[in-house]
Every structure is written in C-alpha cells, then in structure tokens.
Design a binder for this molecule. Structure first.
Ligand SMILES: CC(C)(COP(=O)(O)OP(=O)(O)OC[C@H]1O[C@@H](n2cnc3c(N)ncnc32)[C@H](O)[C@@H]1OP(=O)(O)O)[C@@H](O)C(=O)NCCC(=O)NCCS
Length: 207
C-alpha cells in the first residue's frame, strides 16, 4: 500500500506565539518564484537551521539559491513519484515561513523533518500536528522523528505534537534521538493542543 494524498491541499495553521495565520501547501502546488527561492535561501542560512541541518553536509559553505531551486525540483519529483512529500508553510502574504516533509512512502516507519524561520517562531508544533492529520488521512499508521542529540527545540516540537521518546533506539545511537507516533492510537493529529492542556493563549486550530 502506498500513501494517497489529496491534491490542492491548503491547511490553515496558526502561530501559537503571535496568533498569525499561515497556510500549509504541497510544495508542488506552490509557485517557485525568485522571491520564494530567496526566502528559502535566507532561512536555510539562519543560525539554528544552518547549524542543525546544513553545516555538516555543506562543509561550512552557505546554502545557495541554486539549492533552493533544487529543493523545489526535488519536491515536485517526490510528489510526482508518490515517494517523498514536502510541504511549505506560507505566511498570509505568501512568504515561505517553514517547510515540513515526510521522507518516504513507508506507512509504518516514515521519517518526518522540518525547518522554520526564527522570524516565524511558534509555528512548527501546530504545523506538525496538521501534518500528522494529513499523514493519517493519506494512510500512514506510524511516523518517526529523529533529532540530533541536543536539539531541544526539535525534540519539544515532536513531544508537543504527540510523539513519544524511543529510549531503546536513542540509547543505541551516538548521534540521534528517536521519537515515534502511532497515528491510530494517540497521535495529536487533528486534536487541538488547547484541548490537551498545552496551549496557554487560546485555540490553535484555525476553523
Ligand atoms: C525546531 C524548529 C523547527 C522549531 O520551530 P518553532 O516554530 O520555533 O517551534 P514551535 O512551534 O514549537 O514554537 C516554539 C515556541 O512556541 C511554543 N509553542 C508553539 N506551539 C505551541 C503549542 N501548540 N502549545 C504550546 N506551546 C507552543 C513553544 O512552547 C515554544 O516556546 P518556548 O521556546 O518559549 O518554550 C526551529 O527551531 C528550527 O527550524 N530549528 C532548526 C532546524 C531543525 O532543528 N529542524 C529539525 C531537525 S530534526
């Protein structure tokens, strides 16, 4: 069985800290404009995003606009081959604020990943919660989150979104911690975080 996502996905997401509204879209349904390539380039060179995700693989060289172009191309290919599913989070003015992906079509063990601009801090937990709902509707049963040890921001996103720490796998790895969510049991997919008592500033779902 392969995942089946709808086309024309457009999911409202609220920033927990600022209450600003965003929209989550498939990357193959977002116009890859020069402005958006520049926004992605800029975010991927920001301190936290660059140091956790790109410094090692790019050997200290900056994330270039060509990489952002490639990101759109790889994203479109992943969707067309039903193999890898990248989404972009856009601000109300259409700027790229964050990205989140499901890295494979394995319905029981696909890994998710994400980055978000520091200027939009507060959007990723709610984006992840929406992704879990989308993934469950597409046929995923379980998902994996893998953080580099010490990446507390990312671990907190996963925990707030309903993932559970996998102590055994984490103990066996020097580099990564592992988190898993069972979407058929207790994932936070499509629950309001407020209803789970984790929200302090009003409802996080945009109806
Ligand atoms: C990890 C990362 C995506 C987090 O993005 P973010 O938008 O800041 O994350 P959140 O949505 O969780 O927002 C963080 C803050 O909002 C609060 N928050 C957000 N949503 C919330 C919710 N629904 N309920 C309660 N609190 C919430 C958190 O408590 C947190 O506040 P605090 O730092 O004062 O405790 C971002 O820091 C990043 O891109 N890091 C570098 C790349 C990376 O590490 N990627 C993951 C690789 S595994």
């Amino acid at each position: 069985m392969k995942p089946h996502f709808q086309k024309k996905i457009s999911i409202p997401v609220r920033n927990h800290l600022t209450r600003d509204n965003y929209v989550l879209k498939r990357i193959d349904e977002v116009e890859p404009t020069e402005d958006r390539r520049k926004q992605i380039t800029s975010i991927c060179n920001e301190g936290k995003v660059y140091s956790w995700l790109f410094r090692d693989i790019f050997e200290n060289k900056p994330y270039t606009e060509d990489k952002a172009k490639e990101f759109f191309e790889i994203g479109a290919k992943g969707w067309s081959e039903n193999r890898m599913f990248i989404f972009l989070l856009l601000s109300s003015t259409g700027e790229v604020a964050a990205a989140i992906d499901i890295k494979s079509s394995d319905l029981d063990n696909a890994e998710i990943g994400y980055w978000a601009s520091e200027s939009h801090r507060g959007c990723m937990t709610n984006t992840t919660t929406e992704l879990l709902g989308l993934a469950r509707d597409a046929g995923y049963r379980k998902l994996l989150g893998r953080t580099k040890k010490g990446n507390k921001d990312s671990a907190n996103v996963l925990l707030r979104a309903g993932f559970q720490f996998d102590a055994a796998d984490s103990k066996n790895s020097e580099e990564h911690d592992f988190y898993r969510v069972d979407l058929q049991k207790n994932g936070n997919a499509n629950k309001t975080l407020e209803s789970m008592g984790t929200s302090s500033a009003g409802p996080d779902r945009v109806s």
